[in-house]
Design a binder for this molecule. Structure first.
Ligand code: NAD
Ligand code: IPM
Ligand code: MN
Length: 355
């Protein structure tokens, strides 16, 4: 029996509510399969921990997490703790220290999921974003000079290394090749005359190794417009950290909302644990009310199953989510239902049991 050791950081706000359902689903899948199991270890890190200890995670947190096969994370951020502290000292530091340079974010309209777009068929919205996840605009490079003085100035650098760009772009080409899909690069070389010119050059260079992959290259402003006006143009998409962050919230909006948007932070070499999480935040506006949609977290659990080689189960979990959406009987308020977070989780479990 294989054991997957999972570190669970439920985090803040709706994090613990949605992660409980994700864990339930993983447990049910492993029970049903019988050939592997999960061992979950919970870490109480997040904003409450910060308020008590002055730290977002234990001092040896990264070292502790490095012993696990994966991290399953809910959400981070709470009123009273500055977001740049809570996010940098927990979520972002994990992505960087574990070199999780691939952020895989499916933007797929499942049957039964609502979209605000007119005249689109379910299959028209079916993309996978490969977001650069360790550097770029979120490298954390810059300075804050003459604080509080008249000549105060801040500098936020974008950091684009050749290695950093090549590896994420190559990963995206490999994925497009494997899946027989087109690959679209999204950048902004007209205005960002260093970073994005470099990105575009590398996109072309790496592409020479993949003559079979049909490619497109869009400026990010036009890409945002096309995602709304003509989403079927996009299949596999590769883009920088900032653009990927913003465009995947747009992706969530066209594919059922934040309650359905999942993400995997992958270290492809498996030198460090990868981390699985819904892409939404801690949603303080609905936290503690049982209103949070757990399906994004369940979808990220499906990505975790894929990552551990249980792709058959990963697919079954997505099929079950789709069934729940089509039936429309047990859904949270964001999807016009009146069920609670745990009722949706229970419904997913019931359907897995019946498989
Ligand atoms: P958010 O994603 O938390 O919420 C945006 C909107 O979407 C809210 O109206 C919220 O109610 C709704 N929403 C989000 N997830 C939902 C779900 N599962 N079910 C139903 N509705 C859902 O973004 P925000 O309000 O900009 O940020 C809140 C906090 O979360 C901030 O502290 C921010 O820094 C943090 N944040 C954390 C992460 C993360 O941990 N990965 C991601 C984004 C934001
Ligand atoms: C996301 C989030 C994070 C990001 C924040 C909270 C740092 O918005 O995962 O999309 O920008 O990567
Ligand atoms: Mn985001």
């Amino acid at each position: 029996m294989t054991t997957h050791k999972i570190a669970v950081i439920a985090g803040d706000g709706i994090g613990p509510e949605v992660i409980a359902e994700g864990v339930k689903v993983l447990e049910e899948v492993s029970r049903k399969d019988g050939s592997f199991k999960f061992e979950f270890t919970y870490f109480p890190w997040g904003c409450e921990y910060y308020k008590e200890t002055g730290r977002m995670m234990a001092e040896d947190g990264i070292e502790t997490l490095s012993k696990f096969d994966a991290v399953f994370l809910g959400a981070v951020g709470a009123p009273g703790v500055p977001d740049h502290i809570s996010l940098w000292d927990l979520l972002l530091i994990i992505r960087k220290k574990f070199d999780e340079y691939i952020n895989l974010r499916p933007v797929k309209l499942l049957k039964g999921a609502p979209t605000p777009l007119k005249d689109v068929e379910t299959e028209d919205i079916d993309m996978v974003f490969v977001r650069e996840n360790t550097e770029g605009e979120y490298a954390g490079s810059g300075s804050w000079l003459y604080k509080g003085q008249e000549n105060e100035v801040v500098i936020q650098n974008g950091v684009f290394s050749r290695k950093g760009c090549e590896r994420v772009i190559r990963y995206a080409y490999e994925l497009a090749k494997k899946e027989g899909k087109t690959l679209t690069s999204i950048s902004k070389a007209n205005a960002l005359n260093y970073s994005m010119v470099f990105w575009d050059e590398i996109f072309k260079e790496v592409g020479q190794d993949y003559p079979e992959v049909k490619t497109y290259s869009y400026l990010v402003d036009a890409a945002s417009m096309f995602m709304v006006k003509d989403p079927k143009r996009f299949e596999i998409v590769v883009t920088s950290n900032l653009f990927g962050d913003i465009l995947t919230d747009l992706g969530a909006a066209i594919a059922g909302g934040m309650g359905l948007a999942a993400g995997a932070n992958i270290n492809p070499e498996r030198k460090f644990p990868s981390m699985f999480e819904p892409i939404h935040g801690s949603a303080p506006d609905i936290a503690g009310q049982g209103k949070a949609n757990p399906l994004a977290t369940v979808w990220s659990a499906s990505q975790l199953l894929d990552f551990f080689g249980h792709e058959d189960w990963g697919k079954k979990v997505i099929d079950v989510i789709e069934e729940v959406l089509v039936e429309k009987k047990v859904l949270t308020p964001d999807l016009q239902g009146n069920a609670t977070t745990s009722e949706v989780g229970d419904e997913v479990i019931r359907k897995i049991r019946r498989l």
